[in-house]
Design a protein around this ligand. Structure first.
Ligand code: HEM
Length: 523
């Protein structure tokens, strides 16, 4: 029972009668009065000595951590992954070895460009990041709801994001209402055209996180116990099917309930209506990769399902909401470099750059090198290493040795395990060092066209409307014209509809297809 008493000022104090917990400082010292600071006399100055007030305000002052530089707004949930069709012939990864095997997961869905308080129904890519807590360590499949990406090389990522996010001087996008800078960048970056088609499609305004597909985007490698390797693309297929809203609905929902997507996910899980996805793989060998019309290392391209069908190998169910949004959803740290034996990278230059970027940014965002000590990021299998100390270290090596090699035998701590440890696939390498983009990365329009013509007429109209809406907000006419010049290489009908919609007096010239290879090597 709470015993309510009133002080002279009429304020409410709720004091414990010993059936309730006593409020304490973070150091555990009991607090008598949490609402009046310590003063020298009733109207005198507040004393520096007031450790209760200083601790309370100090902690409040430090509540915020930097939001993610991209994907700042997101929502997560716990669940499990279950194998439907085991694939030991393809991979030694423990989580895929046995039908029925379950692995706990944590998933975070996100928008990319908006800040943490931005509305859920923005036209944007959605992040689809899955952390698998496997028996061989954490595997993070850090994907999106769109199977391709804007750029081919990670070195362009800061420019892409600077162009899309608010301008640093005014903290809103440069232009009257939309993204002149984004469209400037896109129109000067033809490799973005395939992704632009997806972003202008209904995929970019999903009805619910529960109704989105997910993609690992890059080509990865699977490696089996004999060391044989195949290439793989990962796909998530929602059990509820894919659904989107239309733009007018998106605008209204954003105004009425900017938390629409996170509320929807939370409410579904809370009511026992657990969202579910199938995990599929497209598996192909070097011979297919060599014969494919595009480079499998180019993240602006996909492998059509007609050419390599998707094999469903498992399902994922999200059955548990977070208890602590900050500790779990905010502090979770997904990273493409978190892989396990049996899965490996390829030379996709976008993936290679990501492998650096996530760990680097998380070291800043989460305050140092020990964020794997936060429970949401910690492995759920045994782990032993000689890393120690640093900010917020929760555990250190214990015992005789904190280095290796050492002479202390069984007391000497963990040892290497050549039989079970991670080994990189020994892919042969050759070539001259250089800032080179190969010819196989040069065609930026064919798959953009294939995507556009694969859409139903009503979906094509939505794309034309979206491009018209966006480009009509761009102040610079030359940027509008340059974009329509690209659209002409994708579909003349689409280009004409947009040109008319944004009031271009005449059709601009077609864009010049890219020249490749791009190289800085001497002729
Ligand atoms: C965050 C996906 C490209 C840098 C994220 C997240 C996802 C994601 C899903 C949110 C993770 C979360 O929920 O916490 C992708 C995909 C990409 C891509 C699918 C392309 C295929 C890149 C590139 C870079 C990059 C090229 C940098 C070179 C980052 C950074 C974060 C992030 C710095 C914030 C991480 C954090 O603070 O924890 N990305 N991304 N991403 N991404 Fe990417």
């Amino acid at each position: 029972m709470t015993d309510q008493t009133r002080s002279n000022g009429g304020e409410t104090h709720q004091t414990t009668d010993d059936t309730e917990q006593t409020m304490t400082t973070a150091q555990g010292a009991p607090i008598a009065d949490d609402q009046n600071s310590l003063k020298a006399g009733p109207r005198g100055p507040v004393l520096l000595e007031d450790h209760v007030m200083r601790e309370k305000i100090f902690h409040f002052d430090h509540e915020r951590i930097p939001e993610r530089v991209v994907h700042a707004r997101g929502y997560g949930a716990h669940g499990y992954f279950e194998v439907i069709d085991s694939i030991p012939e393809l991979t030694a990864a423990d989580l895929f070895q046995r039908k029925g095997k379950k692995t706990p997961v944590f998933v975070r869905f996100s928008t990319v460009a908006g800040n943490e308080g931005s509305p859920d129904l923005a036209r944007d890519v959605r992040g689809f990041a899955v952390k698998f807590y496997t028996q061989q360590g954490n595997w993070d499949l850090v994907g999106n709801n769109i199977p391709v990406f804007f750029i081919q090389d990670a070195i362009k990522f800061p420019d892409l994001i600077h162009a899309a996010k608010p301008a640093p001087d005014r903290a809103f996008p440069q232009a009257q209402t939309a993204h002149d800078n984004f469209w400037d960048f896109a129109s000067l970056t033809p490799e973005s055209m395939h992704m632009i088609m997806w972003i202008m499609s209904d995929r970019a305004i999903p009805r619910s996180f529960r109704m989105m597909e997910g993609f690992g985007v890059h080509t990865f490698r699977l490696v089996n116990a004999d060391g044989a390797s195949t290439f793989v693309k990962f796909h998530w297929k929602p059990k509820l099917g894919m659904q989107s809203v239309v733009w007018n609905e998106a605008l209204k929902i954003n105004g009425a309930d900017p938390d629409f997507h996170r509320r929807d996910l939370w409410a579904a899980i809370d009511s026992g209506d657990y969202p579910e996805w199938e995990l599929g793989v497209q598996v192909f060998d070097q011979e297919f990769a060599d014969s494919f019309a595009f480079d499998v290392l180019d993240a602006t391209k996909l492998i059509p399902e007609e050419e390599v069908p998707i094999r469903i190998i498992g399902r994922m169910v999200l059955d548990n909401n977070v208890d602590n949004f900050f500790a779990e959803t905010e502090q979770v740290a997904f990273c493409t470099q978190n892989i396990v034996p049996g899965i490996d990278f390829t030379n996709d230059p976008l993936l290679q750059g990501r492998n650096f970027s996530y760990l680097d940014t998380q070291t800043k965002r989460l305050g140092g090198p020990n964020f794997t000590h936060i429970p949401i990021n910690a492995p759920r299998c045994p782990f032993h290493h000689f890393q120690q100390d640093g900010h917020m270290a929760m555990h250190n090596p214990k015992g005789r040795a904190n280095y290796e090699p050492n002479s202390w035998g069984e007391d000497g701590g963990p040892r290497e395990n050549p039989a079970q440890g991670f080994r990189s696939y020994p892919e042969p390498m050759e070539g001259n060092k250089g800032r080179i983009r190969p010819e196989s990365f040069a065609d930026h329009y064919s798959q953009a066209r294939q995507f556009y013509i694969s859409q139903a007429p009503v979906e094509q109209k939505h794309m034309a409307d979206a491009l018209t809406f966006e480009l009509s907000k761009v102040g610079r006419m030359d940027i509008r014209e340059r974009m329509v010049g690209h659209l002409r290489l994708i579909d003349e009908g689409l280009a004409e509809a947009v040109a008319e919609g944004i009031g271009l007096p005449e059709m601009p010239d077609k864009a010049e297809p890219a020249k490749a290879p791009v190289t800085d090597l001497p002729e």
